[in-house]
Design a protein around this ligand. Sequence first.
Ligand code: CMC
Length: 429
Amino acid sequence: MTSETAKLTIGDQEIELPVLKGAEGEIAIDIRALRAQTGAITFDPGYANTGSCRSTITFLDGEKGILRYCGYPIEQLAEKSTFLEVAWLLMNRELPSANQLEQWENEITYHTMVHEDLKRLYASMPKEGHPMAVCAAIVGALSTFYQDVKFDSPEIERRIAAVRLMAKVPTIAAYSFKHSIGQPFMYPRNDLNYASNLLHMMFATPCEEYEVDPVIARALDLLLILHADHEQNCSTSTVRMVGSSQANLFASVSAGISALWGPLHGGANQKVIEMLISIQDGERSAKQFMELAKDKDSGVRLMGFGHRVYKNHDPRARILKQACHDVLQRLGTSDPLLEIAQELESIALEDDYFVERKLYPNVDFYSGIIYKALGIPTDMFTVFFALGRLPGWIAQWLEFHGDEDKKICRPRQIYIGANERDYVPLEKR
Ligand code: CMC
């Protein structure tokens, strides 16, 4: 906290509110005493100006296009790190030593199997059901298999719950895909790294091994790193909010998966590819689509564009655009969807509508083209986003748990409904 204060005049009352300063100089007015002192609340739909916590995990400057995990620029982590190392970083705020990393990788590897009974849950769900719905349900069901996982379990047990989630959610995700295509579930393999094992569980069958291409495994690892955390976004805030009622980690993360599914959040990656395919199929040209996206009455948005916080390039989108080219080149293939995406981007960057509103490509704009090149089916894209975001959700839930300022999340409202009136009996209505 700084000694600075903000003065607020409301009616004939003037109050002073403390001003908080973050490590990177960002400032916040601490309004915790506002209602007690004035009777007023703040009104901030979508919480666009509301700081919900203090956090040591991720720093994001949307104006400058900066993203750092625990101080490390995303560009460096994307180039030099691995997803499991990043997951450790997010949970411990420091990069692991060689020993710590080895131990962490082993721990994750040896928790990847799921209880055999859990597999039966898939059978009760329609094969056509969206895998995000399946994953949310199965992750929620983990609470029934590990009943001693409580909000206030001892630290060691909270940590084991975190390891279990990191290890088992890829298995759960791959099984949701296998279930959708009617293939047998593939057990995890302990000789493979995180990304390779995920690809094995997705694409191997009991009849045929899946040769993991290191180019594909590395590209997948990069995608997971880029999605690993993004401070107080919708799904992360959901995880914290559910946790604030003292729900356990599995229940909180299951809710986070549901929040991520929506097309304005993680579900946008699937919508981007569907949008590009509709242009490729000639439903309308890129230019016509852009006109539609600007027309408020059309209900159409340019998916993968715009961001609540980034009012400049999303650094993840920059990395992914380059990765698209690299992956396609290294796989010796091409994708006309990449050209369509680039055409949409160049129209947007020149168009007043997008320029004035500071709408730039976000993480979802190019990621789908890579998933597609890696052979990931379209309705699994958002599941892969969830796999990437998992360490962020866990780290944020654990941080909330230890936060001395924590309180149940319970916003207020401005009531604009009917004033008090007497009940009218049915025969008189
Ligand atoms: N296409 C067309 N117009 C847009 C778009 C878009 N993609 N995004 C924002 N706008 C317009 C919007 O209509 C509004 O115009 P006006 O000021 O005239 O009313 C203005 O830009 C501000 O938009 P907003 O909806 O108030 O901004 P927000 O911060 O509430 O929403 C957003 C951010 C990401 C939900 C939004 O930009 C959007 O819907 N984008 C498309 C969906 C998408 O790509 N989502 C992925 C987000 S990044 C990854 C993640 O977090 O999951």
